[in-house]
Design a protein around this ligand. Structure first.
Ligand code: TYM
Length: 330
């Protein structure tokens, strides 16, 4: 069976964008692969975090992964900082990545721009750590949203470099993105990505938003003035984004939805979508509460995940170190 790896940062509460672009696909393909899902807290600290909030968000993210439908008997769910091999392999890959290629990463450029008190070096060296996350598990596929494409491309290049320089020890991963929903946009500015760390709460729907609040956010989402419910990403980014959200949380295709709202206005369309979002969140949060409140169950899953992940990751790390001549021959 091939291996799948993916990660989410506990830098806030995941949004409907994270669900549609990542968690939903994890759920759909989990039985086709040997899956490793990671709470990447070491990535989260590349920008300042409050320690108590980070701890809380880490637990919440674990419960959110499970509420999305992952089978914890089958998949490996763990916290990055509890498996030290990530940082160790990350350092190794940092030594074969050039500053030039890191400076070209758009996510680095965006995040660096927002820093007011100097740019942490970790923001720049984030991608080799992400590459380490992936290669440690001999990963074949990485399901992610569109914004991670450049990081996965870099990972593939770094793998080629390592393998040709040292030894063919690393597996080259392929990217896996959903056909629709790889980039859910902000509700107030549909030309911008929906992000969990956005300062404006109205731009995103958090998976833990109070369902009535989320419904209001949908109703006040920016659209356009022509009143036609039609998918047209370039000319109608707001409506197109809402159509993708609608289709992703129901079993209706975009075409079906266009037909359903052919003779109706945006008021009806948004009202119905608001109800669907409300229903989705109510069900989701019920499952979330179960895992979040059952502290022992959650800890047991994360302990088991840490042990399994450590076992696999340490084996690959040792191979990498041997290939490079680090430490003594064992
Ligand atoms: P993060 O935490 O920003 O996002 C987690 C996942 O959600 C996807 N995503 C979206 N999909 C659709 N629409 C959106 N608006 C949207 N926003 C986010 C992301 O593409 C991602 O799949 N660097 C990664 C975490 C990471 C990782 C890894 C991922 C660390 N190591 C190894 C895969 C493999 C990140 O910051 O994701």
């Amino acid at each position: 069976m091939e291996t799948l790896f993916s990660g989410i940062q506990p830098s806030g509460i995941p949004t409907l964008g994270n669900y549609i672009g990542a968690l939903k696909q994890f759920n759909e393909i989990q039985h086709d692969y040997d899956c490793f899902f990671c709470i990447v807290d070491q990535h989260a600290i590349t920008v300042p975090q409050d320690r108590l909030k980070l701890r809380e968000n880490t637990r919440k993210l674990a419960a959110i992964y499970l509420a999305s439908g992952l089978d914890h008997e089958k998949v490996t769910l763990f916290i990055q900082s509890e498996v030290p091999a990530h940082i160790q392999a990350g350092w190794i890959l940092t030594t074969i990545t050039s500053i030039g290629e890191l400076e070209r990463m758009t996510q680095y450029k965006d995040k660096a721009q927002k820093q007011t008190q100097g740019i942490p070096a970790g923001l720049l060296t984030y991608p080799p750590l992400m590459a380490a996350d992936i290669v440690l598990y001999n990963t074949n596929i990485v399901p992610v949203g569109d914004d991670q494409k450049q990081h996965i491309e870099l990972t593939r290049n770094v793998v080629d470099r390592f393998n040709s320089k040292y030894n063919d020890v690393l597996t080259k991963p392929a990217i896996h993105m959903p056909k629709f929903g790889a980039r859910i946009m902000s509700l107030q500015d549909p030309t911008k990505k929906m992000s969990k760390s956005d300062d404006n709460q109205k731009n995103f729907i958090s998976l833990l938003d109070e369902p009535n609040v989320a419904a209001k956010k949908i109703k006040s989402a920016v659209t356009d003035s022509d009143g036609i419910v039609k998918y047209d990403k370039v000319n109608k980014p707001g409506i197109s984004n809402l159509l993708v959200i609608y289709s992703s949380i129901t079993s209706k295709s975009i075409e079906e939805l266009e037909l359903q709202y052919e003779d109706k206005g945006y008021g009806d369309f948004k009202g119905d979508l608001a109800e669907e979002v409300k229903k989705f969140l109510l069900e989701f949060q019920e499952k979330f509460n179960y895992f979040y409140e059952n502290k022992e169950v959650l800890d047991e899953i994360l302990d088991k995940g840490r042990d399994k992940a450590s076992f696999v990751a340490n084996k690959t790390l040792k191979k990498m170190e041997n290939a490079m001549g680090l430490g003594r021959k064992r």
